[in-house]
Ligand binder design. Structure first.
Ligand code: SAH
Ligand code: SF4
Length: 420
């Protein structure tokens, strides 16, 4: 099997998904790009810059979806903007709520590809699990998404759009009260309406406090789009979520890890899942390309990691595969050897139809956790959430894909029956 690397071609990378009505969706675009679009549409450079600043604020900080709500932009100019631009959101195909409060959305891109996002509330935080790709090229053996082929990378707009949609759904945009009504003509200076609030806005007291890039896809195989989307999320004048509250999870795309640290700078999670070459080669096939030593060295070199901002190692508990006492001790040894400020998240395996693994027993998981704790490394067991709506780890696989798979299974059965 070919193991793709960061330089391998990824199908259909594109900045903006084309729209049939010719208008441009502004969501996902940075301020400078909005300014150049406004200039192309006819504003002089100074006006384009001022207006882009206002529009940017309304889009990402206020979450408005209608140009009419941009009250510091001249009334006459709002329809002018609406003729040329739209403020998009991913289309919601289905929204489900679990008995434990976890919510899952099935979303559709404007060119009809489905992907998912999940919101997981608990006592102290609310975490949005964001997708970076439709499908995934890396066929980790225990992961349901890994059985899908990669359809395409999500655009920055489709990535940041998930966070914006979650804020819409949770009603969490700051101060939606109308601002100063400014009957300014096109090109007049922007009014500094609420810059102060921009710097004061924090996630505290809100439901959505954290973001994890742990939905469908491998974020480091869609590096630029993930980076550009997260920059909008982290920008104090944008969605204004601290980088300390954002975690990017990778299965170990070593050549992109340093860039992720330098250009995004969020917390790092690494899907380790095994401490031996033999087992990791099997369950995370990318290991054949970038081995454990290389991966751990990249973790040691990751900028910004410290005891206050530890690297999370994700470890899915697979019965008789990676869950022995020896595995636990080797995990501790490796983390110490590379002097990694680390914690370990033990994830009970979520079975799915056709999976070839079972989850380790609760006793085994407990013992594994104790050994790692005994080595001085935090190793909590993650409680599976949203199982009743298939929202838990590794369950993200779109309904349409499930259907086609079910159809395939039925066809296989029919064929079997015909043969036998
Ligand atoms: N592609 C990235 C991020 C998405 S996967 C990565 O692999 O890190 C998010 C996490 O869910 C990963 O740690 C992944 O290994 C884990 N996971 C996938 N399938 C799972 C399953 N069936 N049970 C438990 N965890 C799973
Ligand atoms: Fe892709 Fe992550 Fe699933 Fe592996 S675990 S197949 S990298 S989504």
């Amino acid at each position: 099997m070919a193991i793709p690397g960061h330089i391998d071609p990824v199908p259909v990378p594109r900045e903006v998904t084309a729209r049939s009505d010719g208008r441009v969706d502004l969501i996902g675009l940075p301020r400078a790009r909005i300014a150049s679009l406004l200039a192309e549409a006819g504003l002089d450079a100074k006006a384009a810059k001022l207006r882009s600043r206002q529009v940017y604020h309304w889009l990402y900080h206020r979450g408005v979806t209608d140009f009419e709500a941009m009250t510091d932009i001249a009334k006459a100019m709002r329809p002018w903007l609406a003729e040329r631009f739209v403020i998009g959101r991913p289309e919601i195909i289905e929204a489900q709520v679990s008995t434990d409060g976890t919510r899952k959305w099935l979303l559709r891109t404007s060119d009809a590809h489905d992907y998912e996002m999940v919101f997981i509330p608990d006592e102290t935080r609310g975490t949005l699990c964001v997708s970076s790709q439709v499908g995934c090229t890396l066929n980790c053996r225990f992961c349901h998404t890994g059985t899908m082929r990669l359809v395409r990378n999500l655009t920055p707009g489709e990535i940041v759009g998930q966070v914006m949609l979650a804020r819409d759904a949770l009603g969490e945009w700051p101060g939606s009260a109308p601002l100063l009504d400014a009957p300014a003509a096109i090109g007049e200076p922007a009014l500094d309406d609420d810059d102060e609030e921009a710097s004061e806005y924090t996630a505290d007291g809100r439901l959505l406090t954290n973001i994890v890039m742990m939905g469908m896809g491998e974020p480091l195989y869609n590096f630029e789009h993930v980076r550009d989307a997260l920059q909008l999320v982290m920008d104090g004048e944008g969605l204004a979520l601290s980088k300390r509250r954002i975690t990017l999870s990778t299965s170990g795309v070593v050549p992109m890890m340093a860039r992720a640290g330098a250009e995004i700078g969020v917390n790092l999670a690494v899907s380790l899942h095994s401490v031996t070459k033999e087992v990791r080669d099997e369950i995370v096939p990318l290991n054949r390309k970038y081995g454990i030593e290389e991966l751990l060295q990249a973790c040691a070199d990751y900028p910004g990691a410290s005891n206050a901002r530890r690297i999370t190692f994700e470890y899915v508990m697979l019965k008789d595969k990676n869950d022995s006492d020896e595995d636990a001790r080797e995990l501790v040894r490796l983390i110490k050897h590379y002097k990694l400020p680390a914690k370990v998240n033990l994830i009970p395996f979520n079975p799915w139809p056709g999976a070839q693994y079972e989850c380790s027993t609760p006793d085994r998981i407990k013992r594994f956790s104790q050994i790692v704790f005994g080595g001085g490394i935090s190793a909590p067991v993650r409680t599976p959430r949203g199982r009743d709506i298939d929202a838990a780890c590794g369950q993200l696989k779109t309904a349409s894909e499930r259907k086609s798979r079910a159809e395939l299974d039925r066809l296989a059965e029919e064929k079997q029956a015909a043969l036998g």
